[in-house]
Design a protein around this ligand. Structure first.
Ligand SMILES: Cc1ncc(COP(=O)(O)O)c(C=O)c1O
Length: 469
């Protein structure tokens, strides 16, 4: 007898996904998507059937359609953008999150999810050594974390100026002066725009070669303005990995009653390493912080944390009030008070699992390993004739260009990246930074170590030789 006959069709689909998932994570697979856009469209954009298909068949079809279009960011040879590699323990917890199907909107719809978030909030504040009274919103990533932190900022600085934003909105509000490095991550400008601040309403400050705002310029600009103020700062610049001068910035902010938000999407994790935490000194004096779970922490996508010191401002900004959402006495955390969503994924489970599986030492280990690998890569690259490392490597980001032995450096950098990618052994991306084309190596995928960057540097050397011919 075929005992699969007794298995409900959805169980076969779950089994198929589980066995495929294990097999996928254990074998090597292409770093670069194999399928072209038309091929992906042919695979996905089929007619929606009138009658549903067998669940197992659908999962098989999904695997067949998606796998050729996957990007290999779970592979240790992935150095593009700034992307984590989805820790398998987090993946397992993420599977359970879907299996349990919880709606983590309010405590009552998902008590376990709410308390998992409560636990992770405490661990994060402790690990990152941020004010313990802060509240934490579990959001999709650092972009939404900035949105939440800056929404709290908007509410609070207006309230201090006697304007009730929740009642009146931005209409008739005093002008808020927003200060930010002209070279801050694009998502901060996007978050500000979502909140009603266009680029002409923002004071973009000149910055140094690492993309970090000039404190003198900030000081002059802040002196020249009156009224509510928000300063957006960076802990871990997207290209240089640099940190702003937090002691000076937070001192200025306090003197001017300004709110300081820190974009620490990946850089905030420097605080877990004693030898790196000095880079972040003073940022604990800020008011809000955004940090990703899906980058250095390796929580599967989507995971970001919006940390706000003034929990009242945080709740005020995110409030969704309705009688059917009321809490009962004795309830635990109500997640919706800290996120811009009601119905939502129970994001705390995967973060809880990853943090417990790594432990404090595991988190230190990965940050330390990646920083060491970045320093080692820098040394190797600096020994290669023709290449120039552009940033002071504090963290995990290494940015290079070519030297004057190459004509038309920008297009040669693109060719260098293309040749590295064509080998299919590595995944890298060129970027535009400060008026030139650069190649940025981000060392952040969870298994990357010294061996991987050594092989990368050797290969870069080989390609350079070929480009010179
Ligand atoms: C410094 C910095 N800020 C913000 C972001 C946006 O993060 P997310 O993509 O998680 O929204 C990134 C992403 O690379 C980043 O590096």
């Amino acid at each position: 007898m075929n005992d699969r006959i007794d298995i409900p069709p959805y169980l076969a689909a779950l089994n198929r996904a589980a066995s495929y998932g294990q097999e996928f994570r254990q074998r090597s697979h292409p770093l670069h998507p194999q399928a072209t856009v038309p091929e992906l469209r042919r695979a996905f954009c089929v007619d929606l059937p009138e009658q549903g298909l067998s669940p197992e068949q659908v999962i098989d079809d999904l695997i067949a359609a998606a796998e050729p279009g996957l990007v290999g960011n779970t592979d240790p040879n992935f150095f593009a953008w700034v992307m984590g590699g989805s820790d398998p323990v987090g993946v397992a917890a993420d599977w359970l999150t879907s299996v349990w199907g919880q709606n983590a909107g309010i405590f009552q719809t998902a008590p376990a999810a709410a308390i998992a978030e409560e636990a992770v909030s405490g661990w994060l504040l402790d690990l990152l050594d941020l004010p313990r009274e802060s509240s934490v919103g579990f959001v999709t990533g650092a972009t939404m974390a900035a949105f939440v932190g800056l929404a709290a900022a908007r509410s609070e600085v207006l309230s201090r100026a006697g304007h009730d934003f929740e009642e009146q909105g931005l209409q008739g509000a005093p002008k808020i002066h927003i200060f930010i490095s002209e070279d801050a991550h694009a998502t901060n400008f996007a978050a500000l725009r979502f909140l009603g601040f266009g680029s002409a309403n923002i004071i973009k400050l000149p910055c140094d070669e690492a993309g970090l705002l000039s404190v003198d310029a900030l000081s002059r600009a802040i002196d020249a303005t009156a009224g509510p103020k928000i300063i957006v700062t960076q802990a871990g610049h997207i290209n240089s990995g640099g940190f702003e001068d937090f002691p000076a910035i937070t001192t200025l902010a306090k003197a001017h009653n300004a709110w300081v938000h820190v974009d620490g999407a990946f850089g905030l994790w420097a605080r877990v390493l004693p030898e790196k935490s000095g880079l972040t000194d003073g940022l604990e004096q800020a008011d809000s912080w955004s940090v990703d779970g899906h980058k250095w922490l390796q929580v599967p996508y989507d995971s970001g944390f919006a940390i706000v010191k003034d929990s009242q401002a945080h709740r005020r900004a995110m409030d969704i009030s309705a009688s059917y959402l009321n809490q009962s006495p004795g309830d635990g955390r109500n997640p919706t008070e800290f996120n811009p969503e009601l119905s939502r994924r129970a994001r705390g489970f995967a973060a809880w699992a990853v943090l417990r599986a790594a432990g404090r030492s595991g988190i230190r280990e990965i940050v330390e390993r990646h920083c060491l690998a970045a320093s080692y890569l820098t040394e190797q690259l600096e020994n290669l004739p023709g290449i120039r490392v552009l940033n002071k490597v504090h963290l995990n980001q290494v940015v290079v260009t070519l030297d004057e032995t190459f004509d038309d450096r920008n297009s040669m950098v693109v060719r260098l990246a293309d040749q590295i990618n064509l080998s299919k052994r590595f995944f890298v991306r060129p970027a535009e930074w400060r008026g030139q084309t650069v190649l940025r190596f981000s060392i952040i995928s969870h298994q990357t170590d010294l061996n991987h960057v050594e092989r990368l540097a050797e290969f870069v050397g080989k390609v350079l030789e070929e480009l010179k011919r």
